[in-house]
Design a protein around this ligand. Structure first.
Ligand SMILES: [Zn+2]
Length: 114
């Protein structure tokens, strides 16, 4: 279950962002997750809520922005929405495509409350 290791990474990124010894609580973590990253949002939220107790992120919400998958056809140049791997070009049916967007996994911001 790789959502659990991602949840751990989010936790450690957020904890490192807060100065050691400070008493702030993290209230929200904003993330960008690509549609093609093969991350299940529900599993990630579940894993995150399971591991955050007793940490600075005990009350933190995850604000998740989904980045739609986008690919460009290497044969005809059409740019199209790709919602899963193995999708061919809708124009010429070529499978020679280059993924432009949708594999992101980024922590954008961390909100704290003092
Ligand atoms: Zn094409």
């Amino acid at each position: 279950m790789h959502e659990l290791s991602i949840a751990h990474s989010i936790l450690s990124i957020a904890e490192r962002a807060v100065p050691a010894g400070s008493k702030v609580a993290v209230t929200a973590v904003s993330l960008q997750i690509g549609e093609l990253s093969s991350i299940e949002i529900e599993s990630l939220e579940f894993a995150f809520s399971a591991i955050r107790s007793g940490t600075l992120l005990e009350k933190a919400e995850l604000n998740i922005e989904i980045i739609p998958g986008e690919a460009a056809c290497s044969d005809c140049g059409t740019v199209f929405h790709m919602d899963s791997f193995g999708t061919c070009c809708p124009h010429c049916k070529s499978f020679l495509v280059k993924i432009l967007k949708g594999k992101e996994l980024k922590v954008l911001s961390i909100m704290v409350d003092e």
